[in-house]
Design a protein around this ligand. Sequence first.
Ligand code: IMP
Ligand code: MG
Length: 180
Amino acid sequence: MLNDVEKTLLSCEQLNQIVTDLGARISKDYEGKNLLMVSILKGSVVFMADLMRAVTIPCSIDFMSVSSYGSGTRTSGTVKIVKDLDIDLGGYDLLLVEDILDSGLTLSYVRDMLMTRNPASIRICTLLDKPARRKADIKADYVGAEIPDDFVIGYGLDYDEKYRNLPFVGILSPRVYADK
Ligand code: IMP
Ligand code: MG
């Protein structure tokens, strides 16, 4: 598995610092509000698990699964809800927790769809941001780190459903997908 990593982009220590800082900001901003953290599966599952423990105010959590990717490294633009939320959003201050904002097509679809369910507010927290590849008109309110246009894996992020269990974020060696 480690052979397929070209280079480490964010080490465990760096990720830990990023999550601690984001948790502190979110805890301050949502003081006295009705925070609902929504993890977009599966990529954000590791980030969510760490981030929710860095949040020091009361909060609820829920999960949603959408698919926009096949086995390639580029988004298809079509978003399908594979698993919807369990919680009724009325009155909640929603924080969408994502692994990476790339073209932004997935999140802008999800955000617009959830907006119709009348939450008190919606904001976006993404671990990684690739602004160079943005297609949709969307910006995250909380960004862990801006990264260049490389395909990254680990800490929840996959290529073809693999590498999610790497404890750090690395750049996938292009030879892994070059012949696909
Ligand atoms: P978007 O709709 O193009 O913004 O794509 C969002 C989703 O694509 C993310 O939630 C990831 O699941 C996936 N994705 C985008 N870039 C990468 C990457 O570099 N590595 C792994 N997954 C990625
Ligand atoms: Mg994802």
